[in-house]
Design a protein around this ligand. Structure first.
Ligand code: SF4
Ligand code: SF4
Length: 398
């Protein structure tokens, strides 16, 4: 029996669908040039995809046909050699269409496996976001602005080929850089992309993450009910109605907090979150009315507190708020928890202002598609300045 390799690509549904497909397909092609056989596919349970929700593609490679067939007999890999996260906010954990409860980004990694993250951050903030694992694994960072686009467009910033070059470095048994170069020439006919893959290969390095490092929170677990525990017919318990909230400073109760699904949390979809300046809020109710996910809790003093367990980060509240800079969307990586902003403000208003002013510096560097003409050039300009790409003929990749 030969050797089997598995790579998963964890991505944001729709916005990174084409990127994930390019990477997994590129892995199978590079493996072919290395004398192996491979296949790439999307996870069945992620279909139909939804905007931003975590989803997966897999690439399975084997040294011979029989081993590949045996590997493919499984529904999906139970463990992988490499997990790729193409958006760093996914490191907080992922909850997809396909399962209930937040799961760690590194959940399927084998002992000694490698997590590759595309990010502008260093190792420490990324490790802090990732759940702890019972054994050591390796972390590799590909310096990059998260590559987001839409369903019908592809933002060809070379993230796909840069990841192929990175894989050749961190797992040379899977395929060589030469095989990656051949695959790129065959698939994309683009020498600049070859150069980008070569650069990623040269620059990528790994760091061992020990079991003592990372988010100590226990990942969500559940047991499937036994057949004799199942109820007759199909009954879905409804979510109870909400109730009043308590003010942490006056103990006054009032307002309304809707009860929410205790298991399914929508925040894994979020790449940015709203922060509210309660000092300037005029209580107009628009954010509460327009939030598509009913995320706002109505507080006893009639403010509107975006509940971070429920918010999916769509940005509608920021768009509808009539007060300038009252709601600001901030990069999700700037936060370590989902605590109530209103409670923080009630307990210490001056401290909250300091916190808020620091947070709003973290403007999201990503976009869901292109908001303005020339946005891509602006982002590439930043990448060139930061040395992520060189100033070659098209200015992309690196
Ligand atoms: S970003 Fe605002 S509108 Fe969108 S889900 Fe979150 S709270 Fe609701
Ligand atoms: S939309 Fe803005 S001003 Fe109106 S209630 Fe919400 S936060 Fe306050």
């Amino acid at each position: 029996m030969g050797r089997l390799f598995a790579v998963e690509i964890v991505y944001r549904g729709i916005f990174q669908k084409n990127l994930a497909k390019n990477i997994s397909r590129g892995i199978a092609l590079a493996a072919k040039h290395d004398g192996k056989v491979g296949i790439s596919f999307g996870r069945y349970g992620d279909s139909p995809e939804r905007n931003g929700i975590p989803a997966k593609n897999f690439a399975i490679v084997a040294t011979d046909d029989e081993t590949l067939q045996e590997g493919m007999a499984k529904y999906e890999p139970k463990e992988v050699d490499i997990s790729i996260s193409v958006d760093d906010t996914l490191c907080k954990g992922v909850e997809s269409w396909a399962w209930y409860g937040l799961q760690p980004i590194n959940r399927l990694l084998k002992p000694g496996g490698t997590l590759i993250v595309t990010t502008m951050h260093g190792a420490d903030p990324i490790i802090t976001m990732c759940h702890r694992k019972e054994f050591p694994y390796r972390l590799a960072l590909l310096t990059s602005i998260p590559s987001f686009s839409g369903l019908w467009v592809y933002k060809d910033d070379h993230t796909d080929v840069r990841l192929l070059g990175a894989i050749a470095k961190v797992l040379p048994d899977l395929f060589s850089l030469t095989s990656v170069e051949k695959a790129i020439r065959e698939e994309w006919h683009d020498e600049l992309k070859v150069k980008s893959a070569q650069k990623a290969y040269e620059r990528i390095s790994t760091r061992v993450v020990s079991p003592a490092e990372g988010n100590p929170e226990k990942p969500y677990e559940f047991e499937l009910p036994k057949w004799y525990e199942l109820r007759e017919g199909l009954a879905i318990p409804s979510i109870p109605a909400g109730k009043a909230m308590a003010d942490p400073t006056t103990q006054q109760t009032g307002g309304f907090r809707p009860d929410r699904n205790p298991t399914f949390k929508k925040y894994a979809t979020r790449t940015m979150r709203p922060v509210v300046d309660f000092d300037t809020c005029v209580k107009c109710t628009l954010c509460w009315l327009q939030c598509p996910d009913s995320c706002f809790d109505v507080t006893p003093d009639a403010y509107y507190d975006a509940n971070m367990e429920a918010c999916c980060g769509c940005g509608v509240c920021e768009a509808v708020c009539p007060v300038t800079n009252c709601i600001t969307m901030v990069n999700e990586t700037a936060f370590a928890d989902n605590a109530s902003q209103w409670e923080m403000w009630k307990k210490d208003k001056a401290g909250y202002q300091t916190w808020l002013q620091e947070k709003i510096q973290h403007k999201p560097e990503r976009s869901h598609g292109f908001r303005i003409r020339g946005q891509y050039e602006q982002q590439i300009g930043t990448m060139v300045k930061d040395g992520i790409v060189d100033t070659g003929t098209s200015g992309a990749g690196g």
